[in-house]
Design a protein around this ligand. Structure first.
Ligand code: 13P
Length: 257
């Protein structure tokens, strides 16, 4: 039985101006109004850049579409110039927080320990963490994918206890596939997803009903159904193809339920 919602996460990264973010959010809200997201068991989450979070939040607030923040810090308030307060993100309407995206691991220097702290901060602030894990090109070629994934998932989630109403999303994003226009074969993804599921449940049996795994990396309208597999792989996180309303709509339209 497919009881888990299909998550379609739009990660706009730092690719739009504030005006472009507002325009795209308005277009998406208008054009998705008739797409019966709730009835189709689809949860759409838009993650604009931080600077546009408040304005995009006001626009999606009049629709079933949810708001997500692309990163958070692990303190709510204090002398942390340049950081993003999870409490303020929540105040502005965010319900999800991307944590540990490979681009932030690279440019923001997030370590596995930072990711762990940020997951706790997200949960404390009623944000659902979307925890990104994935191997680099070199790690893939050195056949280290499994080791990297198990290490990232374990360090992210160990000691995390979820309350009744809390949940976690894990996004498998092979770093070398992001932005390449060429998604990875779905049987490889399925294999890695099984590793993520087993690692997570091994950490804590009670995670079983409280987490879901999604895929990211060159998702498009043609390959979308390769990455939605029963209750195993239950959504996608989309970069480039979430920036054009037509291609984003086709991805959602093409989802077979
Ligand atoms: P692309 O869809 O552009 O490959 O980006 C994926 C991604 O990084 C989503 O977080």
């Amino acid at each position: 039985m497919n009881h888990k919602k299909r998550l379609i996460v739009a990660n706009w990264k730092m690719k739009l101006s504030n005006r472009e973010s507002i325009n795209l959010a308005e277009e998406i809200v208008d054009r998705f109004a008739g797409m019966y997201l709730n009835e189709r068991n689809i949860e759409m989450i838009i993650c604009p850049s931080h600077i546009s979070l408040a304005e995009v939040g006001k626009i999606v607030d009049r629709s079933p579409i949810k708001l997500g923040v692309q990163n958070i810090f692990y303190h709510n308030t204090g002398s942390y110039t340049g950081q993003i307060s999870p409490a303020v993100a929540h105040e502005l309407g965010a319900e999800y927080a991307i944590i540990g995206h490979s681009e932030f691991r690279k440019y923001g220097k997030d370590t596995n320990e930072d990711v762990h702290q940020k997951i706790k901060a997200a949960l404390d602030n009623e944000l659902v963490p979307i925890v990104c894990v994935g191997e680099t090109f070199d790690e893939y070629h050195d056949k280290k994918t499994e080791v990297i994934i198990i290490d990232q998932v374990t360090k992210a989630l160990e000691d995390i206890k979820l309350k009744e109403n809390q949940r976690i999303v894990i996004a498998y994003e092979p770093v070398w596939v992001i932005g390449s226009g060429q998604a990875i074969r779905h049987n490889i993804v399925e294999y890695i997803i099984q590793i993520i599921i087993h690692t997570t449940i091994d950490l804590d049996q009670s995670f079983a009903d409280k987490f879901q795994v999604i895929y990211g990396g060159s998702v498009d309208e043609k390959n979308i159904n390769d990455f939605i597999i029963g209750n195993i792989l239950t959504g996608v996180i989309v970069g480039n193809n979430s920036l054009k309303v037509d291609s984003f709509m086709k991805i959602v339209q093409n989802i077979k339920l």
